[in-house]
Write a protein that binds this ligand. Structure first.
Ligand code: ADP
Length: 571
Protein backbone atom coordinates (compact mmCIF):
# COMPACT_ATOMS: atom_id res chain seq x y z
CA UNK A 1 0.00 0.00 0.00
CA UNK A 2 1.26 3.54 -0.79
CA UNK A 3 2.40 5.64 2.16
CA UNK A 4 -0.06 8.36 1.16
CA UNK A 5 -3.01 5.89 1.34
CA UNK A 6 -1.81 4.56 4.68
CA UNK A 7 -1.60 8.11 6.01
CA UNK A 8 -5.09 8.97 4.75
CA UNK A 9 -6.62 5.80 6.24
CA UNK A 10 -4.85 6.12 9.59
CA UNK A 11 -5.63 9.78 10.17
CA UNK A 12 -9.19 9.31 8.75
CA UNK A 13 -9.92 6.47 11.20
CA UNK A 14 -8.59 8.46 14.13
CA UNK A 15 -10.70 11.43 13.12
CA UNK A 16 -13.83 9.20 12.81
CA UNK A 17 -13.21 7.75 16.29
CA UNK A 18 -12.86 11.21 17.80
CA UNK A 19 -16.11 12.34 16.10
CA UNK A 20 -17.92 9.16 17.33
CA UNK A 21 -16.66 9.76 20.86
CA UNK A 22 -17.89 13.37 20.70
CA UNK A 23 -21.32 12.44 19.36
CA UNK A 24 -21.73 9.69 21.97
CA UNK A 25 -20.76 12.00 24.85
CA UNK A 26 -23.03 14.81 23.61
CA UNK A 27 -26.06 12.54 23.16
CA UNK A 28 -25.68 11.08 26.67
CA UNK A 29 -25.19 14.51 28.23
CA UNK A 30 -28.31 15.69 26.41
CA UNK A 31 -30.32 12.68 27.55
CA UNK A 32 -29.29 13.16 31.21
CA UNK A 33 -30.09 16.84 30.97
CA UNK A 34 -33.61 16.07 29.65
CA UNK A 35 -34.26 13.60 32.37
CA UNK A 36 -33.22 15.90 35.23
CA UNK A 37 -35.15 18.73 33.62
CA UNK A 38 -38.27 16.52 33.51
CA UNK A 39 -37.90 15.67 37.24
CA UNK A 40 -37.67 19.32 37.99
CA UNK A 41 -40.63 20.54 35.93
CA UNK A 42 -42.98 17.55 36.33
CA UNK A 43 -42.49 16.61 39.95
CA UNK A 44 -40.57 19.26 41.82
CA UNK A 45 -43.09 21.96 40.81
CA UNK A 46 -46.02 19.75 41.95
CA UNK A 47 -44.27 19.14 45.29
CA UNK A 48 -43.76 22.93 45.69
CA UNK A 49 -47.52 23.62 44.96
CA UNK A 50 -48.51 20.92 47.43
CA UNK A 51 -46.18 22.29 50.15
CA UNK A 52 -47.59 25.83 49.61
CA UNK A 53 -51.16 24.55 49.83
CA UNK A 54 -50.36 22.59 53.01
CA UNK A 55 -48.74 25.63 54.62
CA UNK A 56 -51.89 27.75 54.27
CA UNK A 57 -54.45 24.94 54.77
CA UNK A 58 -55.15 25.65 58.45
CA UNK A 59 -55.76 29.35 57.81
CA UNK A 60 -58.18 28.89 54.90
CA UNK A 61 -61.19 29.90 57.01
CA UNK A 62 -59.53 32.83 58.67
CA UNK A 63 -57.19 34.43 56.15
CA UNK A 64 -58.06 35.81 52.80
CA UNK A 65 -54.42 35.70 51.69
CA UNK A 66 -54.24 31.98 52.58
CA UNK A 67 -57.26 31.36 50.38
CA UNK A 68 -55.61 33.25 47.54
CA UNK A 69 -52.32 31.31 47.92
CA UNK A 70 -54.21 28.00 48.02
CA UNK A 71 -56.33 28.89 44.97
CA UNK A 72 -53.38 30.00 42.85
CA UNK A 73 -51.26 26.91 43.75
CA UNK A 74 -54.21 24.64 43.04
CA UNK A 75 -54.67 26.24 39.62
CA UNK A 76 -50.96 25.72 38.82
CA UNK A 77 -51.15 22.10 40.00
CA UNK A 78 -54.16 21.58 37.71
CA UNK A 79 -51.88 22.54 34.78
CA UNK A 80 -49.01 20.25 35.84
CA UNK A 81 -50.63 16.79 35.66
CA UNK A 82 -47.84 14.44 34.65
CA UNK A 83 -48.19 11.24 36.64
CA UNK A 84 -50.68 8.38 36.51
CA UNK A 85 -53.67 9.09 38.91
CA UNK A 86 -52.43 12.65 39.44
CA UNK A 87 -55.26 14.05 37.34
CA UNK A 88 -57.95 12.14 39.32
CA UNK A 89 -56.42 13.04 42.69
CA UNK A 90 -56.12 16.73 41.68
CA UNK A 91 -59.71 16.66 40.54
CA UNK A 92 -60.70 15.16 43.93
CA UNK A 93 -58.71 17.92 45.67
CA UNK A 94 -60.58 20.56 43.63
CA UNK A 95 -63.94 19.02 44.53
CA UNK A 96 -62.98 18.81 48.25
CA UNK A 97 -61.72 22.38 48.18
CA UNK A 98 -64.99 23.61 46.65
CA UNK A 99 -66.86 21.62 49.33
CA UNK A 100 -64.79 23.20 52.10
CA UNK A 101 -65.38 26.67 50.79
CA UNK A 102 -69.13 26.08 51.15
CA UNK A 103 -69.16 24.03 54.40
CA UNK A 104 -65.94 25.20 56.02
CA UNK A 105 -65.84 22.00 58.11
CA UNK A 106 -63.08 19.84 59.47
CA UNK A 107 -64.05 16.77 57.44
CA UNK A 108 -63.42 18.49 54.10
CA UNK A 109 -60.14 19.88 55.46
CA UNK A 110 -58.97 16.33 56.26
CA UNK A 111 -59.99 15.20 52.79
CA UNK A 112 -58.05 18.09 51.22
CA UNK A 113 -54.96 17.21 53.30
CA UNK A 114 -55.23 13.58 52.29
CA UNK A 115 -55.50 14.54 48.59
CA UNK A 116 -52.44 16.78 48.83
CA UNK A 117 -50.43 13.97 50.49
CA UNK A 118 -51.55 11.56 47.77
CA UNK A 119 -50.36 14.01 45.03
CA UNK A 120 -47.05 14.43 46.91
CA UNK A 121 -46.60 10.68 47.25
CA UNK A 122 -47.32 10.20 43.54
CA UNK A 123 -44.69 12.78 42.61
CA UNK A 124 -42.15 11.51 45.12
CA UNK A 125 -42.53 8.01 43.69
CA UNK A 126 -42.08 9.41 40.21
CA UNK A 127 -38.95 11.36 41.29
CA UNK A 128 -37.45 8.18 42.74
CA UNK A 129 -38.22 6.24 39.59
CA UNK A 130 -36.80 8.94 37.27
CA UNK A 131 -33.60 9.28 39.32
CA UNK A 132 -33.15 5.53 38.97
CA UNK A 133 -33.56 5.88 35.18
CA UNK A 134 -31.08 8.83 35.07
CA UNK A 135 -28.61 6.84 37.15
CA UNK A 136 -28.89 3.99 34.69
CA UNK A 137 -28.42 6.40 31.74
CA UNK A 138 -25.29 7.89 33.39
CA UNK A 139 -23.91 4.38 33.93
CA UNK A 140 -24.55 3.51 30.26
CA UNK A 141 -22.92 6.77 29.14
CA UNK A 142 -19.87 6.10 31.22
CA UNK A 143 -19.61 2.58 29.87
CA UNK A 144 -19.95 3.52 26.20
CA UNK A 145 -17.68 6.56 26.41
CA UNK A 146 -15.01 4.49 28.18
CA UNK A 147 -15.37 1.73 25.63
CA UNK A 148 -15.09 4.09 22.66
CA UNK A 149 -12.18 5.91 24.35
CA UNK A 150 -10.35 2.64 24.90
CA UNK A 151 -10.84 1.66 21.25
CA UNK A 152 -9.55 5.12 20.19
CA UNK A 153 -6.46 4.74 22.39
CA UNK A 154 -5.74 1.25 21.06
CA UNK A 155 -6.15 2.49 17.50
CA UNK A 156 -4.00 5.61 18.04
CA UNK A 157 -1.28 3.50 19.67
CA UNK A 158 -1.38 1.11 16.76
CA UNK A 159 -0.95 4.01 14.32
CA UNK A 160 1.77 5.56 16.50
CA UNK A 161 3.87 2.40 16.55
CA UNK A 162 3.10 0.92 13.16
CA UNK A 163 3.11 4.01 10.97
CA UNK A 164 6.70 5.35 11.43
CA UNK A 165 7.92 1.78 11.15
CA UNK A 166 6.07 1.25 7.87
CA UNK A 167 7.60 4.51 6.48
CA UNK A 168 11.11 3.89 7.82
CA UNK A 169 11.29 0.28 6.70
CA UNK A 170 11.67 0.97 2.95
CA UNK A 171 13.99 3.94 3.63
CA UNK A 172 16.20 1.71 5.77
CA UNK A 173 16.21 -0.94 3.06
CA UNK A 174 17.13 1.72 0.47
CA UNK A 175 20.02 3.05 2.61
CA UNK A 176 21.20 -0.49 3.18
CA UNK A 177 21.08 -1.11 -0.59
CA UNK A 178 23.06 2.08 -1.37
CA UNK A 179 25.69 1.13 1.26
CA UNK A 180 26.05 -2.30 -0.33
CA UNK A 181 26.55 -0.68 -3.77
CA UNK A 182 29.08 1.75 -2.29
CA UNK A 183 30.93 -1.31 -0.96
CA UNK A 184 31.00 -2.69 -4.51
CA UNK A 185 28.35 -5.39 -3.84
CA UNK A 186 26.59 -4.91 -7.16
CA UNK A 187 24.47 -8.08 -6.65
CA UNK A 188 22.23 -6.25 -4.17
CA UNK A 189 18.59 -5.85 -5.32
CA UNK A 190 15.56 -4.10 -3.74
CA UNK A 191 12.06 -5.66 -3.78
CA UNK A 192 9.51 -2.98 -2.92
CA UNK A 193 5.81 -3.30 -3.84
CA UNK A 194 5.53 -1.88 -7.37
CA UNK A 195 2.46 0.21 -6.37
CA UNK A 196 4.23 1.91 -3.43
CA UNK A 197 6.12 5.18 -3.70
CA UNK A 198 9.39 3.21 -3.53
CA UNK A 199 8.35 0.94 -6.39
CA UNK A 200 9.94 3.22 -9.01
CA UNK A 201 13.02 3.77 -6.81
CA UNK A 202 13.57 0.04 -6.47
CA UNK A 203 13.17 -0.48 -10.25
CA UNK A 204 15.77 2.24 -10.97
CA UNK A 205 18.06 0.95 -8.21
CA UNK A 206 17.96 -2.60 -9.56
CA UNK A 207 18.64 -1.29 -13.07
CA UNK A 208 21.63 0.70 -11.81
CA UNK A 209 23.02 -2.31 -9.88
CA UNK A 210 22.61 -4.45 -13.00
CA UNK A 211 24.51 -1.91 -15.15
CA UNK A 212 27.25 -1.50 -12.54
CA UNK A 213 27.66 -5.26 -12.53
CA UNK A 214 28.03 -5.32 -16.31
CA UNK A 215 30.30 -2.27 -16.18
CA UNK A 216 32.57 -3.86 -13.59
CA UNK A 217 32.87 -7.03 -15.60
CA UNK A 218 33.74 -5.12 -18.76
CA UNK A 219 35.91 -2.32 -17.28
CA UNK A 220 38.19 -4.53 -15.25
CA UNK A 221 39.35 -6.33 -18.37
CA UNK A 222 39.50 -2.99 -20.25
CA UNK A 223 41.51 -1.31 -17.50
CA UNK A 224 44.07 -4.11 -17.43
CA UNK A 225 44.32 -4.06 -21.23
CA UNK A 226 44.58 -0.23 -21.31
CA UNK A 227 47.21 -0.25 -18.54
CA UNK A 228 49.34 -2.68 -20.54
CA UNK A 229 48.76 -0.60 -23.66
CA UNK A 230 49.89 2.61 -21.91
CA UNK A 231 52.90 0.85 -20.39
CA UNK A 232 53.84 -0.35 -23.86
CA UNK A 233 53.49 3.20 -25.24
CA UNK A 234 55.58 4.66 -22.41
CA UNK A 235 58.27 2.03 -23.01
CA UNK A 236 58.25 2.56 -26.75
CA UNK A 237 59.08 6.26 -26.29
CA UNK A 238 62.74 6.57 -27.09
CA UNK A 239 63.22 9.59 -24.82
CA UNK A 240 63.46 9.00 -21.06
CA UNK A 241 60.10 9.62 -19.36
CA UNK A 242 59.07 9.57 -15.68
CA UNK A 243 55.53 9.99 -14.29
CA UNK A 244 55.00 11.29 -10.75
CA UNK A 245 51.83 11.72 -8.71
CA UNK A 246 51.04 14.75 -6.54
CA UNK A 247 53.03 13.33 -3.65
CA UNK A 248 56.01 12.92 -6.00
CA UNK A 249 55.77 9.13 -5.97
CA UNK A 250 56.94 7.42 -9.16
CA UNK A 251 53.93 6.13 -11.12
CA UNK A 252 55.65 5.00 -14.28
CA UNK A 253 59.10 5.11 -15.84
CA UNK A 254 60.39 3.75 -19.12
CA UNK A 255 63.51 1.69 -19.76
CA UNK A 256 65.38 4.70 -21.21
CA UNK A 257 64.89 6.67 -17.99
CA UNK A 258 65.87 3.62 -15.88
CA UNK A 259 69.03 3.33 -17.96
CA UNK A 260 70.19 6.93 -17.56
CA UNK A 261 69.18 7.05 -13.88
CA UNK A 262 70.88 3.69 -13.30
CA UNK A 263 67.89 2.35 -11.35
CA UNK A 264 65.80 -0.86 -11.33
CA UNK A 265 62.04 -0.69 -11.98
CA UNK A 266 61.01 -2.96 -9.08
CA UNK A 267 62.92 -0.78 -6.61
CA UNK A 268 61.29 2.51 -7.50
CA UNK A 269 57.66 2.10 -8.64
CA UNK A 270 55.30 3.75 -6.08
CA UNK A 271 58.36 4.96 -4.12
CA UNK A 272 58.88 8.61 -3.17
CA UNK A 273 61.12 10.33 -5.75
CA UNK A 274 62.38 12.68 -3.01
CA UNK A 275 63.61 9.69 -0.96
CA UNK A 276 65.19 7.98 -3.98
CA UNK A 277 66.83 11.29 -4.91
CA UNK A 278 68.89 11.17 -1.72
CA UNK A 279 71.03 8.48 -3.35
CA UNK A 280 70.77 9.60 -6.97
CA UNK A 281 72.27 12.95 -8.09
CA UNK A 282 70.43 13.07 -11.39
CA UNK A 283 67.03 12.35 -9.86
CA UNK A 284 67.81 14.91 -7.15
CA UNK A 285 68.37 17.60 -9.77
CA UNK A 286 65.18 16.64 -11.65
CA UNK A 287 63.08 16.76 -8.47
CA UNK A 288 64.66 20.08 -7.45
CA UNK A 289 63.89 21.64 -10.83
CA UNK A 290 60.33 20.25 -10.70
CA UNK A 291 59.73 21.74 -7.26
CA UNK A 292 61.35 25.10 -8.16
CA UNK A 293 60.08 25.85 -11.68
CA UNK A 294 61.66 29.35 -11.65
CA UNK A 295 65.17 27.84 -11.38
CA UNK A 296 67.27 28.17 -14.56
CA UNK A 297 67.22 24.85 -16.36
CA UNK A 298 70.58 24.02 -17.93
CA UNK A 299 70.83 20.89 -20.11
CA UNK A 300 71.79 17.75 -18.16
CA UNK A 301 75.15 16.18 -19.00
CA UNK A 302 74.90 12.42 -18.50
CA UNK A 303 77.41 9.62 -18.95
CA UNK A 304 75.52 6.57 -20.08
CA UNK A 305 76.56 3.64 -22.32
CA UNK A 306 80.15 4.92 -22.17
CA UNK A 307 79.38 8.18 -23.88
CA UNK A 308 78.52 11.72 -22.91
CA UNK A 309 74.93 12.76 -23.67
CA UNK A 310 72.99 15.97 -23.14
CA UNK A 311 69.33 16.04 -22.11
CA UNK A 312 66.91 18.93 -21.81
CA UNK A 313 64.31 18.25 -19.09
CA UNK A 314 60.68 19.22 -19.74
CA UNK A 315 58.29 19.25 -16.79
CA UNK A 316 54.69 18.73 -17.93
CA UNK A 317 51.88 18.98 -15.35
CA UNK A 318 49.14 16.32 -15.72
CA UNK A 319 45.74 17.98 -15.47
CA UNK A 320 42.44 16.08 -15.53
CA UNK A 321 38.77 16.99 -15.17
CA UNK A 322 37.26 14.53 -12.70
CA UNK A 323 33.76 13.11 -13.34
CA UNK A 324 31.17 15.59 -12.08
CA UNK A 325 33.62 18.51 -11.97
CA UNK A 326 34.14 21.36 -14.41
CA UNK A 327 37.61 22.63 -13.53
CA UNK A 328 40.74 20.56 -14.28
CA UNK A 329 43.13 19.90 -11.42
CA UNK A 330 46.67 18.64 -11.10
CA UNK A 331 47.18 14.94 -10.42
CA UNK A 332 50.92 14.86 -10.95
CA UNK A 333 53.74 15.61 -13.39
CA UNK A 334 55.57 13.99 -16.25
CA UNK A 335 59.30 14.56 -16.63
CA UNK A 336 60.35 14.17 -20.24
CA UNK A 337 64.06 14.19 -21.01
CA UNK A 338 64.78 15.24 -24.55
CA UNK A 339 68.08 13.97 -25.90
CA UNK A 340 69.78 17.04 -27.35
CA UNK A 341 73.25 15.53 -27.75
CA UNK A 342 73.04 15.79 -31.54
CA UNK A 343 71.96 19.45 -31.40
CA UNK A 344 74.63 20.17 -28.83
CA UNK A 345 77.26 18.64 -31.10
CA UNK A 346 75.95 20.58 -34.08
CA UNK A 347 75.88 23.73 -31.97
CA UNK A 348 79.47 23.23 -30.88
CA UNK A 349 80.47 22.63 -34.51
CA UNK A 350 78.62 25.83 -35.50
CA UNK A 351 80.29 27.85 -32.73
CA UNK A 352 83.73 26.54 -33.68
CA UNK A 353 83.01 27.30 -37.34
CA UNK A 354 81.78 30.82 -36.47
CA UNK A 355 84.80 31.43 -34.27
CA UNK A 356 87.24 30.31 -37.00
CA UNK A 357 85.45 32.20 -39.77
CA UNK A 358 85.15 35.46 -37.85
CA UNK A 359 88.75 35.20 -36.73
CA UNK A 360 89.91 34.50 -40.28
CA UNK A 361 87.74 37.30 -41.68
CA UNK A 362 89.05 39.91 -39.28
CA UNK A 363 92.54 40.10 -40.87
CA UNK A 364 91.42 40.58 -44.52
CA UNK A 365 88.74 43.11 -43.46
CA UNK A 366 91.34 45.06 -41.48
CA UNK A 367 93.58 44.94 -44.56
CA UNK A 368 90.72 46.29 -46.73
CA UNK A 369 90.15 49.10 -44.21
CA UNK A 370 93.84 49.93 -44.18
CA UNK A 371 93.94 50.01 -48.00
CA UNK A 372 90.88 52.25 -48.02
CA UNK A 373 92.53 54.65 -45.61
CA UNK A 374 95.54 54.80 -47.93
CA UNK A 375 93.28 55.27 -50.93
CA UNK A 376 91.63 58.27 -49.24
CA UNK A 377 95.02 59.79 -48.48
CA UNK A 378 95.42 62.83 -50.74
CA UNK A 379 99.16 62.18 -50.98
CA UNK A 380 98.54 59.07 -53.06
CA UNK A 381 96.36 60.94 -55.47
CA UNK A 382 92.97 62.63 -55.44
CA UNK A 383 89.92 60.53 -56.20
CA UNK A 384 87.21 61.78 -58.44
CA UNK A 385 83.64 62.12 -57.09
CA UNK A 386 82.47 58.70 -58.28
CA UNK A 387 85.58 56.95 -56.92
CA UNK A 388 85.13 58.77 -53.59
CA UNK A 389 81.54 57.60 -53.26
CA UNK A 390 82.59 54.01 -54.11
CA UNK A 391 85.39 54.11 -51.55
CA UNK A 392 82.93 55.52 -48.98
CA UNK A 393 80.51 52.66 -49.64
CA UNK A 394 83.32 50.05 -49.38
CA UNK A 395 84.34 51.64 -46.07
CA UNK A 396 80.79 51.55 -44.67
CA UNK A 397 80.31 47.89 -45.62
CA UNK A 398 83.73 46.92 -44.30
CA UNK A 399 82.90 48.60 -40.99
CA UNK A 400 79.65 46.64 -40.85
CA UNK A 401 81.50 43.41 -41.64
CA UNK A 402 84.02 44.18 -38.93
CA UNK A 403 81.28 44.88 -36.40
CA UNK A 404 79.47 41.64 -37.32
CA UNK A 405 82.61 39.55 -37.09
CA UNK A 406 83.30 41.26 -33.75
CA UNK A 407 79.83 40.33 -32.54
CA UNK A 408 80.22 36.75 -33.78
CA UNK A 409 83.53 36.41 -31.99
CA UNK A 410 82.01 37.67 -28.78
CA UNK A 411 79.12 35.24 -29.22
CA UNK A 412 81.45 32.29 -29.61
CA UNK A 413 83.26 33.38 -26.47
CA UNK A 414 79.98 33.31 -24.55
CA UNK A 415 78.84 30.01 -26.06
CA UNK A 416 82.07 28.15 -25.48
CA UNK A 417 82.22 29.44 -21.93
CA UNK A 418 85.47 31.22 -22.72
CA UNK A 419 84.19 34.60 -21.63
CA UNK A 420 86.95 36.13 -19.59
CA UNK A 421 86.06 38.94 -17.25
CA UNK A 422 88.60 41.48 -16.07
CA UNK A 423 86.74 43.58 -13.52
CA UNK A 424 88.09 46.84 -12.17
CA UNK A 425 86.68 49.84 -10.33
CA UNK A 426 85.03 52.08 -12.89
CA UNK A 427 82.98 55.30 -12.78
CA UNK A 428 79.76 54.92 -14.79
CA UNK A 429 80.45 58.26 -16.55
CA UNK A 430 83.62 56.83 -18.09
CA UNK A 431 81.58 54.05 -19.72
CA UNK A 432 78.95 56.53 -20.93
CA UNK A 433 81.60 58.82 -22.41
CA UNK A 434 83.23 55.89 -24.17
CA UNK A 435 79.91 54.88 -25.76
CA UNK A 436 79.17 58.48 -26.86
CA UNK A 437 82.64 58.77 -28.40
CA UNK A 438 82.33 55.44 -30.20
CA UNK A 439 78.99 56.40 -31.77
CA UNK A 440 79.73 60.07 -32.46
CA UNK A 441 80.11 59.57 -36.21
CA UNK A 442 76.80 57.67 -36.44
CA UNK A 443 75.03 60.25 -34.30
CA UNK A 444 76.32 63.07 -36.47
CA UNK A 445 75.29 61.21 -39.61
CA UNK A 446 71.69 60.86 -38.37
CA UNK A 447 71.67 64.28 -36.70
CA UNK A 448 70.84 62.82 -33.29
CA UNK A 449 71.16 64.96 -30.13
CA UNK A 450 72.63 62.88 -27.35
CA UNK A 451 71.84 64.20 -23.87
CA UNK A 452 73.56 62.96 -20.72
CA UNK A 453 71.71 62.65 -17.41
CA UNK A 454 74.19 62.10 -14.65
CA UNK A 455 73.85 62.73 -10.90
CA UNK A 456 76.42 64.56 -8.82
CA UNK A 457 77.03 61.54 -6.64
CA UNK A 458 76.96 57.95 -7.75
CA UNK A 459 78.69 54.78 -6.64
CA UNK A 460 81.54 53.30 -8.64
CA UNK A 461 81.15 49.90 -10.25
CA UNK A 462 83.40 46.87 -10.06
CA UNK A 463 82.91 45.52 -13.59
CA UNK A 464 84.73 44.55 -16.77
CA UNK A 465 84.57 48.07 -18.16
CA UNK A 466 85.45 47.02 -21.71
CA UNK A 467 82.41 44.72 -21.91
CA UNK A 468 80.01 47.18 -20.30
CA UNK A 469 81.26 49.94 -22.57
CA UNK A 470 80.65 47.62 -25.53
CA UNK A 471 77.07 46.99 -24.31
CA UNK A 472 76.40 50.73 -23.85
CA UNK A 473 77.84 51.43 -27.31
CA UNK A 474 75.61 48.74 -28.78
CA UNK A 475 72.52 50.17 -27.03
CA UNK A 476 73.36 53.71 -28.12
CA UNK A 477 74.00 52.54 -31.67
CA UNK A 478 70.58 50.79 -31.70
CA UNK A 479 68.93 53.95 -30.30
CA UNK A 480 70.44 56.00 -33.16
CA UNK A 481 69.47 53.41 -35.79
CA UNK A 482 65.91 52.88 -34.61
CA UNK A 483 65.08 56.61 -34.12
CA UNK A 484 64.10 59.18 -36.73
CA UNK A 485 66.69 61.63 -37.96
CA UNK A 486 67.41 64.61 -35.71
CA UNK A 487 65.78 62.99 -32.70
CA UNK A 488 66.74 63.17 -29.05
CA UNK A 489 68.52 60.36 -27.19
CA UNK A 490 69.25 60.29 -23.47
CA UNK A 491 72.07 58.28 -21.98
CA UNK A 492 72.63 58.41 -18.26
CA UNK A 493 73.01 56.83 -14.88
CA UNK A 494 71.30 57.03 -11.50
CA UNK A 495 71.41 55.33 -8.14
CA UNK A 496 68.48 54.12 -6.05
CA UNK A 497 69.62 52.64 -2.76
CA UNK A 498 72.19 49.99 -3.55
CA UNK A 499 71.24 49.75 -7.23
CA UNK A 500 73.11 51.65 -9.91
CA UNK A 501 71.28 52.01 -13.21
CA UNK A 502 72.71 52.95 -16.59
CA UNK A 503 70.19 53.60 -19.32
CA UNK A 504 69.81 54.54 -22.95
CA UNK A 505 66.50 56.10 -23.90
CA UNK A 506 65.28 56.97 -27.36
CA UNK A 507 62.03 58.44 -28.70
CA UNK A 508 61.93 56.32 -31.83
CA UNK A 509 59.57 53.65 -33.15
CA UNK A 510 59.45 51.60 -29.92
CA UNK A 511 59.00 47.81 -29.57
CA UNK A 512 55.73 45.89 -29.40
CA UNK A 513 55.37 44.32 -25.88
CA UNK A 514 55.05 40.87 -27.61
CA UNK A 515 58.77 41.08 -28.48
CA UNK A 516 60.13 42.48 -25.20
CA UNK A 517 61.56 39.06 -24.29
CA UNK A 518 62.45 37.75 -27.75
CA UNK A 519 64.69 40.71 -28.68
CA UNK A 520 67.24 39.25 -26.24
CA UNK A 521 67.29 35.93 -28.15
CA UNK A 522 70.06 35.06 -30.59
CA UNK A 523 69.46 36.24 -34.19
CA UNK A 524 66.02 37.60 -33.31
CA UNK A 525 64.95 40.75 -35.11
CA UNK A 526 61.52 42.38 -34.71
CA UNK A 527 59.50 41.45 -37.83
CA UNK A 528 59.48 44.30 -40.33
CA UNK A 529 62.78 45.85 -39.11
CA UNK A 530 64.34 47.52 -42.15
CA UNK A 531 67.62 48.65 -40.59
CA UNK A 532 70.33 46.10 -41.33
CA UNK A 533 71.64 44.04 -38.43
CA UNK A 534 72.49 40.57 -37.16
CA UNK A 535 70.05 40.21 -34.23
CA UNK A 536 72.99 39.37 -31.96
CA UNK A 537 73.78 42.67 -30.20
CA UNK A 538 71.14 42.52 -27.44
CA UNK A 539 71.61 38.81 -26.80
CA UNK A 540 75.37 39.22 -26.35
CA UNK A 541 74.78 42.35 -24.24
CA UNK A 542 72.47 40.42 -21.91
CA UNK A 543 75.01 37.61 -21.55
CA UNK A 544 77.77 40.14 -20.76
CA UNK A 545 75.67 41.90 -18.12
CA UNK A 546 74.34 38.69 -16.53
CA UNK A 547 77.85 37.21 -16.42
CA UNK A 548 78.65 40.13 -14.05
CA UNK A 549 75.48 39.58 -11.93
CA UNK A 550 73.64 42.51 -13.48
CA UNK A 551 70.37 42.71 -15.38
CA UNK A 552 69.43 44.16 -18.75
CA UNK A 553 65.74 45.04 -19.27
CA UNK A 554 63.64 47.03 -21.66
CA UNK A 555 60.72 49.42 -21.22
CA UNK A 556 59.17 50.31 -24.53
CA UNK A 557 55.94 51.43 -26.16
CA UNK A 558 55.23 51.43 -29.87
CA UNK A 559 55.47 54.98 -31.27
CA UNK A 560 56.86 56.44 -28.01
CA UNK A 561 60.35 54.98 -27.86
CA UNK A 562 62.41 52.54 -25.83
CA UNK A 563 64.51 52.60 -22.69
CA UNK A 564 67.14 49.89 -22.11
CA UNK A 565 68.29 49.69 -18.49
CA UNK A 566 71.40 47.99 -17.05
CA UNK A 567 71.26 47.44 -13.29
CA UNK A 568 74.05 46.48 -10.90
CA UNK A 569 73.80 45.92 -7.20
CA UNK A 570 76.71 47.80 -5.61
CA UNK A 571 76.35 46.58 -2.02
P1 ADP B 1 70.23 44.17 -34.47
O1 ADP B 1 70.05 45.56 -34.02
O2 ADP B 1 71.58 43.88 -34.99
O3 ADP B 1 69.15 43.66 -35.32
P2 ADP B 1 69.88 43.62 -31.69
O4 ADP B 1 70.02 42.35 -30.90
O5 ADP B 1 70.69 44.77 -31.25
O6 ADP B 1 70.15 43.23 -33.16
O7 ADP B 1 68.37 44.01 -31.66
C1 ADP B 1 67.37 43.04 -31.90
C2 ADP B 1 66.13 43.71 -32.46
O8 ADP B 1 65.55 44.51 -31.45
C3 ADP B 1 66.41 44.64 -33.57
O9 ADP B 1 66.39 43.96 -34.81
C4 ADP B 1 65.26 45.65 -33.51
O10 ADP B 1 64.15 45.16 -34.20
C5 ADP B 1 64.96 45.68 -32.04
N1 ADP B 1 65.53 46.85 -31.36
C6 ADP B 1 66.71 46.90 -30.70
N2 ADP B 1 66.90 48.13 -30.16
C7 ADP B 1 65.83 48.89 -30.51
C8 ADP B 1 65.44 50.25 -30.28
N3 ADP B 1 66.20 51.10 -29.58
N4 ADP B 1 64.26 50.67 -30.81
C9 ADP B 1 63.49 49.83 -31.52
N5 ADP B 1 63.80 48.53 -31.77
C10 ADP B 1 64.95 48.06 -31.29
Amino acid sequence: MRIKTKLTYGIGMLFAMIVLLGILSLSYINKLNNETHKIYTNNNYSLDYCRNMLSVLDELNTSKRALQVFTSNLQMQQKNLTEVNEKETTYKLTVHFEKHRIKKDQQSLREIRSDIYTIMTLNMASIYHKSEVAKQTAMNALLWICLTFAVCIVFALAILFRFPHSILKPIRELINGITEIANHNYDKRLNFEPTSEFGEVSTSFNKMAERLNEYRASTLADIIANKKYIEAIVNSITEPIIGLDNEKKILFINDEALNILNLKRENIIRKSAAELALKNDLLRRLVRELVNPEEKKEPLKIYADNKESYFQANYIPIRVIETGETEPHNIGDVILLKNITEFKELDTAKTTFLSTISHELKTPISAIMMSLQLLEDKRIGALNEEQESLSHSIKENSERLLSITGELLKLTQVETGKLQLMPKITKPIELIEYAIKATRMQAEKFGCHIEVEYPEKIAKLFVDSEKIAWVLTNLLSNAIHYSKENSRIIIGAQQTGDVVEMFVQDFGKGIDPRYHESIFDRYFRVPGTKVQGSGLGLSISKDFIEAQNGTLTVESEVGKGSKFIIRFNVK
